[in-house]
Ligand binder design. Structure first.
Ligand code: ADP
Ligand code: MG
Length: 488
């Protein structure tokens, strides 16, 4: 249907109400609204708070749009009511009441123009500078039963913020401001090495700096499982329960490790309920969203989604640059731009690897007494770079396929099975088999823990399709070429 070109003044929404079924018109109208909004809000906060948003309904009185979670909704209400009202007036020609809905399934619209930042956005939740990190031994008995002593470097201030993690950073800081009140449970998920543990520990420090009496229990999921097994063996469940159910804040890192542990899940369920009902804060991290944790009981999946579920994404190029600069500066010798660029281009997926590279380059330079240059960096990281020249990494394959099929890497690696996701996942497995030396089991491990027969089936299927369906064949050939080219 041709509607002719539309200017802001002759928007479809201005002339008739729009409902969720009018998907195209809603999208176009929202594009107009957000364009006008961006003249009133700076680019970084706009990216953080509105990149995951969509228009749901419009009529003469109301504009209803959705954002990804309660945190964003509250934040927008508190900070952007006025610019939103002005924007609606401009776009629709008369005032509209603005309503915000929450839709956890919203997919972010990525903006290639997004700029990084090394500090929190101006509008981020208020933080105290120099958060006091209290280690377990310093706290009055019983105040912090930490299985892992907090790392003093893991604070909000030391966390480099960019488009990929700004939301997670702001949400974690926000949740730590009012434990047990607003965002309970707080559930942070994303692949390994992206700063989940860093943010969890930052929350602990932040809560303690506000309330040194807070009883925080911070531990890895593994410790929880081991304690529970121990308590079962010693028939000492009462003490176990006393310990876990009498805290103000329970923080469990890597909760996905509850997968396949039925009895521990059962116990955790009761721990969760007791704490939740008493208004105590629960903070969890995981490598995948609640619904994708294999064998996790439905009642736990649904509870984990009650509060705030936040995804942390791999760092974009500019954020990697900022992290490299910051880490090298912290270690006493800031990398020149060309060295930082080399590393940011070569090491893409994981912040822990970036840190390791900084350490190696600095150690190598001081060992041979040379300045930090592109040449020294190449020498120091020769093995890392050589290993990469032969074959693409799984992260590269996952990134290419998810970009190509416009789905998120976490979906590709998760367990959901819509046709589109399942197809893209099979293509990724096929490419991994063709381009890397990973075993079938290994490949399955990258895609939600699938077994080797599933991987084999995927490979056969794509092999067949690539021959019988020209469109699929072209896509696979392009992806193969693109991935081979990157590594030469
Ligand atoms: P995860 O728990 O997600 O596997 P970690 O929190 O252990 O990741 O992070 C790995 C390393 O990278 C840590 O040393 C952490 O301090 C560092 N790191 C991660 N994200 C950032 C960031 N945004 N800024 C600074 N350092 C970071
Ligand atoms: Mg971790």
């Amino acid at each position: 249907m041709e509607t002719g070109s539309l200017s802001a003044a002759s928007l479809p929404a201005a002339s008739r109400p729009l409902q969720p079924a009018d998907a195209d018109a809603l999208a176009r109208t929202w594009a107009e609204v957000t364009r006008a909004l961006q003249t009133r809000i700076r680019a970084e906060p706009y990216q953080t708070w509105f990149k995951r948003s969509a228009l749901r309904r419009v009529d003469d009185e109301r504009v209803v749009f959705a954002v990804q979670n309660e945190f964003a909704k509250d934040w927008i209400r508190k900070n952007y009511t006025e610019p939103l009202a002005d924007t609606m007036l401009e776009v629709f020609g008369s005032p509209r009441t603005v309503e915000i809905e929450v839709d956890a399934e919203l997919i972010p619209s990525r903006d290639p123009q997004a700029r990084p930042e090394t500090a929190a956005p101006a509008a981020a939740p208020q933080r105290r500078n120099g958060v006091q990190v209290i280690q377990s031994a310093d706290v009055a008995p019983g105040a912090l039963h930490s299985e892992l002593v907090l790392n003093p470097k893991y604070t909000f201030d030391n966390f480099v913020v960019g488009p990929c993690n700004r939301f997670a950073h702001a949400a974690a800081a926000g949740a730590a401001e009012a434990p047990g009140k607003t965002y309970n449970p707080f559930f942070l998920h994303g692949p390994v090495g992206l700063g989940k543990t860093h943010l969890l520990q930052s929350m602990c420090s932040s809560i303690l700096s506000r309330n040194p009496q807070a009883r925080i229990l911070y531990l890895s999921c593994e410790s929880f499982v081991n304690h529970f097994i121990d308590a079962l063996e010693k028939s000492d469940l009462q003490r176990f329960r006393d310990k876990y159910r009498n805290v103000d804040v329970l923080v469990v890192d890597d909760i996905h490790l509850l997968a396949n542990k039925e009895r521990t899940q059962e116990e955790f369920f009761h721990t969760f309920n007791t704490l939740y009902q008493a208004g105590k804060q629960i903070v969890l991290s995981s490598d995948s969203p609640p619904k994708d944790i294999p064998t996790l009981q439905d009642r736990l999946v649904s509870r984990f989604k009650w509060g705030l579920v936040v995804e942390i994404e791999p760092p974009c190029y500019e954020t990697r640059m900022a992290i490299l600069k910051r880490k090298s500066r912290d270690k006493g010798r800031e990398f020149p731009d060309d060295v930082a660029r080399l590393l940011a281009e070569r090491i893409e997926s994981n912040i822990r690897e970036l840190e390791g590279a900084v350490t190696r380059v600095l150690a190598h330079a001081s060992l041979i007494g040379a300045p930090i240059s592109v040449e020294t960096a190449r020498e120091a990281l020769r093995e890392v770079f050589v290993a990469r020249r032969g074959e693409p990494t799984m992260e590269e394959i996952i990134a290419s396929v998810s970009q190509r099929y416009a789905i998120r890497p976490s979906e590709l690696q998760g367990r959901r099975r819509t046709n589109a996701i399942a197809h893209a996942r099979q293509v990724a497995m096929f490419l991994a088999r063709r381009l890397t030396n990973h075993s079938l089991e290994d490949i399955g491990g990258y895609f939600g823990g699938r077994d080797h027969s599933t991987v084999l089936h995927a490979i056969d299927k794509i092999d067949g399709l690539a021959k019988s369906d020209p469109q699929c064949g072209d896509t696979v050939a392009e992806l193969l070429a693109q991935l081979r080219q990157r590594t030469t």
